[in-house]
Design a protein around this ligand. Structure first.
Ligand SMILES: [Zn+2]
Ligand SMILES: [Zn+2]
Length: 385
C-alpha cells in the first residue's frame, strides 16, 4: 500500500491525551456515522472510513499498541508485526463492539454474524440450565417459626429416551456437512472476513437426522417435580431461599440452574418488625402509669411479664431482650420493643369524677410550655420511625 497513513488520533478527532472512554466514544460516533448500511449512496467511501476508524480504534484502545504508536508512529506498529505497511486489524476488537454500538444496532448486523455467535466460537457449548423462581406467602407466625414446604414446579429435565442427545434412540447426530463439523463458516463481507456460526447446525457441528420423538430433538422435556423446601425461621418479605441445582436441566451436558424460593410475609395484627426486632404498642391506664403495675405482654407464641415502674410516661418504650424474632442467618434473636400508651378515660362515672377532682386539688398546676426536645418524645420517634 502506497497511500500515506493518517494520524490515528486525527482519524477519530481525538487529542493525544484522550482517555479510554473518549476513545471508545469517538469510535462509536465514527462507526455509527460510517456504517455501510447507513450510507447506501457512498458505500465505498463509508467502508473506507469505517475501516480506518476501526483500525485506529484497534490500536488506541489497546494500551500496549497505543504506546508503540505514540513512540514510533505507524512505523513502530508495522515493525512490531514484522510486515510492511499497516498491521492487520486485530479482530478481537470486535468482541467489545456490542457494548459500544449495541444501543443502535446489533454488531451482528454490521459484521454479518448470526445471533449469539460472538461467544459461541464453534464447538457445541455446554449451557447451564435456567434458574427458576417460586413465590411463597407465609403468615407472620410461619415466618417467625420457619416452615417446611412441599412445592411442585414444572421444569425442563433431561430427556430419558435419548439421554439428552436429541437423536432418536439407536441413532446419533451426524456431522454437519455445511461446516464439516467445525460449527462455523467463513463469511466475506466487504473488507472483512468473519467466521460466523454455521446456520445449519447452530454451531454444534452436528445435525440430527432422526430427532428423538419424545423431546422432538430438544434433548429436554418439561416435567413437574415435587420438592421439599426448608424456609428458615425469621425470614422477611423479599428474602430468597436458594436451592442449588434445582433449576432447569442444562443442555449439552451443562450444569443445572438453581431454584430460588421468594418469600412474602403477611402483616401481623399488632406486631411490626424491623429485621429481627419486634414492635408493639400496649395501652395502660393512668393509674397503672402513675402507680406502677405488672402487665402481661404477648410475644411470638407466648407471653411475658413486664414491670411498669410508677411514674411511667405515655410513649415510653420497654425493651425485652431476645424476645424478638430469630435471625434467618443464625445470628441469635432480636428484641421486643413495647411502647406503652397511657389511655386517658373519655367517660367517667360520677364516683371516678369525684375522686379525680379530689386528686386534682392536691396537684400544683403548672402549664408553662415544656422545653423543646426535652421530652422522650424525640427518642421514641426514632425507634418507632
Ligand atoms: Zn429425547
Ligand atoms: Zn454446521
Amino acid at each position: 500500500m502506497a497511500t500515506t497513513k493518517r494520524d490515528l488520533y486525527e482519524v477519530l478527532s481525538l487529542s493525544r491525551s484522550a482517555s479510554g472512554d473518549e476513545i471508545k466514544s469517538a469510535y462509536r460516533k465514527a462507526a455509527l456515522r460510517w456504517h455501510p448500511d447507513r450510507n447506501p449512496d457512498n458505500k465505498h467511501e463509508a467502508e473506507e472510513k469505517f475501516r480506518e476508524a476501526t483500525e485506529a480504534y484497534s490500536v488506541l484502545s489497546d494500551a500496549q499498541k497505543r504506546q508503540i504508536y505514540d513512540t514510533y508512529g505507524h512505523a513502530g506498529l508495522s515493525s512490531a508485526t514484522g510486515g510492511p505497511g499497516f498491521p492487520p486489524v486485530d479482530f478481537s476488537v470486535f468482541e467489545g463492539l456490542q457494548d459500544i454500538l449495541g444501543d443502535f444496532f446489533q454488531v451482528d448486523d454490521v459484521f454479518g454474524f448470526s445471533g449469539g455467535t460472538r461467544r459461541g466460537r464453534g464447538s457445541r457449548r455446554a449451557q447451564r440450565g435456567a434458574d427458576l423462581r417460586y413465590d411463597v406467602t407465609l403468615s407472620f407466625e410461619e415466618a417467625a417459626a420457619g416452615k417446611k414446604l412441599r412445592i411442585r414446579i414444572p421444569r425442563a429435565e433431561m430427556c430419558d429416551a435419548c439421554s439428552g442427545s436429541g437423536a432418536k434412540p439407536g441413532t446419533s447426530p451426524v456431522t454437519c456437512n455445511m461446516c464439516e463439523g467445525r460449527g462455523q463458516v467463513r463469511h466475506q463481507q466487504s473488507f472483512l472476513v468473519i467466521a460466523r456460526t454455521c446456520p445449519q447446525c447452530q454451531g454444534s457441528g452436528r445435525v440430527l437426522r432422526d430427532p428423538c420423538s419424545a423431546c422432538r430433538g430438544a434433548g429436554r422435556v418439561e416435567r413437574e417435580r415435587s420438592l421439599e423446601v426448608e424456609i428458615p425461621a425469621g425470614v422477611e418479605t423479599g428474602m430468597r431461599v436458594r436451592l442449588p441445582g434445582e433449576g432447569e436441566a442444562g443442555s449439552n451436558g451443562g450444569p443445572r440452574g438453581d431454584l430460588y424460593v421468594l418469600v412474602e410475609v403477611r402483616d401481623h395484627p399488632f406486631f411490626e418488625r424491623k429485621g429481627s426486632d419486634l414492635f408493639c404498642t400496649i395501652p395502660i391506664t393512668i393509674s397503672q402509669a402513675a402507680l406502677g403495675a405488672e402487665i402481661r405482654v404477648p410475644t411470638m407464641g407466648s407471653e411475658e411479664k413486664l414491670k411498669i415502674p410508677d411514674g411511667t410516661q405515655s410513649g415510653h418504650v420497654f425493651r425485652l431482650k431476645g424476645k424478638g424474632l430469630p435471625s434467618p442467618h443464625g445470628h441469635g434473636k432480636g428484641d421486643l420493643h413495647v411502647r406503652v400508651r397511657v389511655v386517658i378515660p373519655e367517660k367517667l362515672t360520677r364516683e371516678q369524677k369525684r375522686l379525680l377532682e379530689e386528686l386534682a386539688a392536691t396537684f400544683d398546676q403548672d402549664n408553662r410550655p415544656a422545653q423543646r426536645n426535652s421530652s422522650l418524645f424525640e427518642k421514641v420517634k426514632d425507634i418507632f420511625g
